[in-house]
Each structure stands twice: as C-alpha cells, then as structure tokens.
Design a binder for this molecule. Structure first.
Ligand code: C2E
Ligand code: CA
Ligand code: CA
Length: 641
C-alpha cells in the first residue's frame, strides 16, 4: 500500500488558512492565544515534514541519511509540540484557577519539548527511534516513546478538563472534550495504520473547527469598535497583579454622546465611538480597551508614568474639535481618571472600585482635569456604598425618622408651623447628616421612595395630632427629582386622602435648582397641588443663582431665606443692605418670608423689623423628634430637650 499524501496536504492548507485568519484579526496577547497559534504552526510544520518523508518512502525523493533524520525527526518533534501546545492551551483557559499545579505541569511540558526537539532530529546518530543505513530504513528501540509522549500530552488535557473544567462554560467544555477525543482516536488510528498519516489532518480539523469555537468565545474583542473589551481589560489587570507588577490605568469617559444617540439613534453613537477609538489608536501607543458605555481605558506599566499626562493632554486637545457624524456636529467633553496599583492600593477589588470612584469624581468636577484615585477616595467610596445600603434597607423597613423644626410666626407669636426634616440613623454609622445622604439618594433615584415615606409619616402625624396641637401647616421638602415625576401630584394627593388630612395642611418646599430641569412638569405638579389647596415655598433663597424671574413665573406663597444669606448680612453692611432690599422686594410681590438659621435674639429682632413673617432656627428650637415636638407645642415653646 502506498502512502497517502492528501491528508497532510489538506492539513497544511487548513492550518495555514486558520493561522492567516487568526493573525489578520487583532488578538489579545493572553497565553491561550499564544498556544493556539503555536498549535497551528506545529500542525503545518509536522504535516510538511510528513509529506517529505512519505515521498521518500515512496521512492520519489532520495535524501541522505542526515537530511532524512532531520526531516523525519522534524515530523515527530512537530507532532509532539502540537500535542503539548494543545495541553498548554487547555491549561491557559483555566490558568487563573490552576495555581501552582500549572507551574509543575509547565515544567514537565517544557522538559518534554526540549527533549523532543533535540533527540528526534538526532536519531540518525543515536539510533534511538529510527535510522537509515545501506539496507534502508530501520526502527530504533524507542520508537514507541513518540506515542508515550503524545499520551502524556493528552493525559494533561484530560487532567485539566476533569479537575478544572467546571470553570469553563458548558459549550467550551464540550468543545474541549470533543477535541481531546478526536486527537486520541487519530493517534490510535495512526499507530495502527502508519501508512495513512491522518493524525495531522485530525489535528488540523480540531484546530480549525473545535478550538475555533472555544477561541471565538474568548477573543476579548468588541467587534463594532474593533477594540479589546472589558473582559480583556480585567484579564490584563489580573496578568499584572499575578506578575506582581505595579501599573497605572487611565480611564476616560466621553460626554455628549448621549445627545447624538437620542437624536440620530444608536448607530450614530457607535460610529462616533469607533471613529474616536480609531483616532486614539493612530495617535497613542498601547492597547486601548473599550469598557462599555462611553468608557475607555489604557493600561501603563510603572515605567511609563510620564506618558499619562501626555495621553490626557492629547485626549483633552482632541475633544476640543467637534466631530461630524451623519452631518451633525457633535462637541464632546472628556472625563479622565487615573489609578495606580501597587503603592497605596494593592488589592484588585479596591483598585477597580477606586478607579470607578475617581471617574465619578472626575464627572463632578467643573473642569476636565485628571482625577487620581486615592486612599481617601476609596474610603469615601466605601462610605457611599454603606450609605446606599442603609438607605435601601430603611426604604424596605420604612424606618427613616422624621424630625420637626418649629417655625415661629411673628404676627401671632405662636409656633403655628414646622419643617419636616428627615433623619437617617444606623447602628453602625450613627446619624448620617441629610446633607450627605440626600445628594446620594438623589443621584440614584432612591429619593423618590424616601420622599414618599417621609410624606406618609408627616400625614400620619397630622392626621393624629395635627388639629389638637393647632398646627397650621407642615413644610415638606420635595427633591427636584420628585417634582420631575409627572404623576407626583396624584401620588401626594392620594396619600393626603388616605390619611384624611386637608390639603392646606401641607406646604411644599423646593429649591431653585429647578431652573435646570423640565419646567413644564414642575409647573403642572405645582398647579395641581395648589388648586387642591396646598402651597409652595421657594427654599434656600439667596444661595446660588437667586433669580427673581422664578418668583414671577412660579406660584410661590412663601420664600425661605437661606441661613447663610442671613448670617452673611449680620457680618457685613453691604450684605445687610441686600437682605433688606430682598425682603422688601419679596414682600412687595405678596409673598411671605421665612427666615432660616435664626440663632440669636438680635437676629430675630432685626429680621422681624425688616418684615419677615416667620422665623426658624436654633434660637427657638433644633429639629425635634415627634414626641418632643408635641411636648414643645404643648408647653408653648418650652421644652426640656
Ligand atoms: P434645608 O431644607 O435648608 O433645611 C434646613 C436645615 O437647616 C436643616 O438641616 C436644619 O436642621 C438646619 N437649621 C435650621 N435652623 C438652624 C440654625 O439656627 N442653625 C443651623 N446651623 N442650622 C439650622 P438638616 O436637617 O441637616 O437638613 C439639611 C438639608 O437636607 C435640608 O436643608 C434639606 O435640603 C435636606 N432635607 C432634609 N429633610 C429632607 C426631606 O425629607 N426631603 C428632602 N428632599 N430633603 C430633605
Ligand atoms: Ca427646607
Ligand atoms: Ca433651607
């Protein structure tokens, strides 16, 4: 029977094709990719040597003994290296789980590889496996060892799959077992029918079909943007951490893309991100990762610290020129955060959280400066998470407390109103100030549920004690996020109905930041509640952008002067003039005034003299727990606190 060459030719064609396809794509330099490429090269090489040898056995070419030994040895060594690469490839898929196991197996593989590369091509001299003499070709005494080494390779694959296969997905596991079975069958077949060299062909098929399935599910690329994805990013971080190296991550977020998506759809957004990614790759060295959303990252090793500033500079400079996408001019801005691993921060989770936190900080900054993640930042991130946790817990338990700060009425000398102020108490954290947790609750939308809980508590209190204590109304703070809910008025009216309290018992306080949001929804909510009988107060007047326009535009019954505005006036003549004129101006609009932060009798006298209708502050009382507030009212403003 003649030697069959077709299988080897097909094996070469297949493996070369896959190699070309593989390298034509960008690939992420993880170990599994490296071994995958090795396998292809060794299949092609060993098939090639096999063809040359078969031609010699068929008498079509004659080699001298040394060349024959090199070529035939090349075939053996190539096949062995291919099998061992397969073993390394399988191990690389679960490398992070194998720990020290991997190290010792790699030593065995390295030893076997070196042994094969040296001994097989030298067989003509050692006569270990085969040799040629005048009578022709002879087997050596150790020819069987070829199958022995292949068996070791396959045993490593089997061991890895049995022991660590659970860390692969079902599909990956099935593909790997299938590959193993095909390779083993082909080796057995080859051992029996040595004139039909099918093992390389089988290897090539395994290489192409089965491992390609494995490979594709792990190629770490975002195809739309042709950038490495977030899995690659975390993997690279793990590689650095495992190698005990310190490194930097520069992470950036593009702002202004959302608008494009809203107006032109998601394709326009992808087009812009792709364009941006391409420009980065053209101008900045190194691997760019796309982390999802509008976030990207570069990783620098510790020797390249100076590059960070340069990269940030280039990024900032680039976004200064608008992009054109589908005929639309898009102006972007960029937020940059950098975190260093290895100095202050040296555990993975803290590092990733700190990066996230630094990026959030960067977004809160007015300018586009780089924010470096720091220890402090991690602490505040921890606290942020703790607060969110407590907020969520207390929303479920409805355990927020509501305190009441009495409001003094200048005309009657009575405490006819109060402001409801939320309190958050947690056993571990103690009292968390509202100025700290309200912005957090606003940033993630929890304030909507919290606001409702507070409102229910106020209504419950009024329905039980309100009339008996002679309370005219309670002031309830509404967050702007609540006011942006289209059905806010319905919800609030339903709650008031549920507790059977009359609508005029509530005055809602809102702050002037509403200039930033959808005014129509706000106006609708205000009008619906006002026509029901409730009223509105503009809170914190005199801070930020006090805009008299809002007093004209919105139906406020009350204005609350901010405590800082009042305290400043007490210290400075000019500020006092402004305060006086402000009070007069507001009064002339028929709007009542509450002065906040009244701490001394002198302040009270001055403010009442100017014409403030109501006074609120520590002079009269701090915010009080419900029971103490009731006692306060019953004692007509005197309470043993
Ligand atoms: P705000 O609406 O301006 O509330 C007045 C704040 O001034 C309260 O702080 C009150 O305790 C404090 N205050 C009153 N008189 C004096 C005084 O004489 N001296 C000093 N130093 N402070 C005084 P608090 O309770 O810490 O609340 C802070 C902020 O948290 C509130 O500012 C309000 O914006 C927000 N907040 C509180 N409760 C709620 C709520 O239920 N919902 C919403 N959306 N926000 C709330
Ligand atoms: Ca208020
Ligand atoms: Ca206020």
């Amino acid at each position: 029977m003649d030697y069959v060459l077709h299988y080897n030719i097909a094996a070469i064609v297949i493996s070369l094709l896959v190699i070309v396809l593989f390298f034509s794509r960008k690939f992420f330099p993880v170990a599994s990719n490296k071994y995958y490429a090795f396998m292809g090269v060794f299949v092609a090489f060993s098939s090639f040597c096999d063809i040359l040898c078969s031609l010699s056995f068929m008498g079509k070419i004659n080699y001298n003994p040394v060349s024959f030994s090199l070529i035939f040895g090349g075939y053996f060594a190539g096949s062995i290296l291919c099998a061992l690469s397969f073993a390394l490839y399988t191990m690389a898929l679960v490398e992070d789980k194998m720990g020290s196991d991997a190290q010792s197996i790699k030593i065995i593989i390295a030893a076997l590889s070196v042994f094969a590369i040296i001994t097989y091509p030298l067989s003509q001299i050692t006569k270990m496996y085969f040799y040629m003499d005048n009578e022709g070709y002879h087997h050596g005494p150790f020819i069987w060892s070829f199958y022995g080494i292949l068996a070791v390779g396959m045993a490593i694959v089997l061991y890895t799959l049995v022991r660590y296969g659970k860390f692969l997905t079902k599909r990956q596991r099935a593909a790997a077992y299938f590959a193993l079975i095909i390779v083993i069958l082909s080796i057995v077949f080859q051992a029996i029918f040595d004139k039909i060299p099918i093992s390389n062909f089988a290897n090539a098929l395994v290489f192409m079909v089965v491992l390609h399935t494995l490979q594709n599910s792990r190629d770490y690329t975002n195809y739309k943007l042709s950038l490495f994805d977030d899995t690659a990013f975390y993997l690279q971080i793990d590689n650095y951490i495992r190698a005990n190296k310190s490194f930097y991550v520069l992470c950036f977020d593009l702002e202004g893309v959302g608008f494009l998506e809203q107006t032109m759809g998601p394709e326009a957004r992808t087009e812009l991100l792709e364009h941006f990614g391409r420009e980065c790759k053209e101008n900045l060295e190194g691997m760019l990762f796309y982390l999802g959303g509008t976030r990207f990252a570069y990783i620098f090793d510790s020797t390249r610290k100076e590059a960070i500033e340069k990269y940030a500079e280039w990024l900032n400079w680039r976004v200064m020129t608008p992009y054109r996408v589908k005929g639309i001019k898009v102006t972007l801005s960029i937020r940059i955060a950098v975190a260093e691993y290895g100095n202050e921060i040296n555990d993975r989770e803290t590092f990733i959280n700190s990066l996230r936190y630094a990026l959030r900080e960067a977004k809160n900054k007015a300018s586009q400066e780089i924010v470096w993640a720091s220890d402090k930042m991690i602490e505040s991130y921890q606290r942020y998470r703790d607060i969110v946790h407590v907020l969520k817990k207390q929303i479920v338990e409805k355990s927020f407390m509501v305190f009441y700060q009495p409001i003094y009425c200048a005309a009657t000398g009575k405490f006819s109103a109060a402001e409801a102020l939320i309190r958050l108490y947690d056993e571990k954290m103690g009292f968390v100030p509202p100025d700290e947790f309200i912005p957090i609750a606003e940033s993630n939308g929890l304030i909507i549920e919290i606001g409702e809980i507070v409102f229910r508590k106020v209504c419950d209190f009024l329905s039980h004690e309100g009339s008996e204590l002679g309370i005219d109304y309670i002031e309830v703070n509404l967050s702007m996020l609540q006011c942006m809910q289209e059905d806010l008025h319905k919800t609030l009216i339903e709650i008031m109905d549920e507790y059977g309290i009359s609508y005029d018992k509530i005055d809602f306080e809102i702050t002037e930041t509403f200039s930033l949001t959808d005014q129509n929804i706000l106006i609708k909510n205000m009008n619906a509640l006002i026509s029901a009988g409730s009223s509105f107060a503009m809170d914190d007047y005199g801070t930020g952008f006090s805009n008299t326009e809002y007093l004209i535009k919105y139906p406020f019954k009350l204005v609350k002067l901010d405590k800082i505005f009042i305290w400043d006036a007490m210290k400075d003549d000019k500020a006092m003039k402004i305060l006086e004129h402000t009070v007069a101006m507001i009064k002339s609009l028929d709007i009542q005034i509450v002065a906040e932060g009244v701490e001394t009798k002198e302040q009270a006298g001055l403010l009442m003299g100017m014409g403030c209708d109501f006074l609120q502050g520590f002079l009269y009382s701090k915010p009080l727990q419900k029971e103490l507030y009731i006692q306060f009212l019953k004692n007509d403003g005197n309470v043993n606190q």
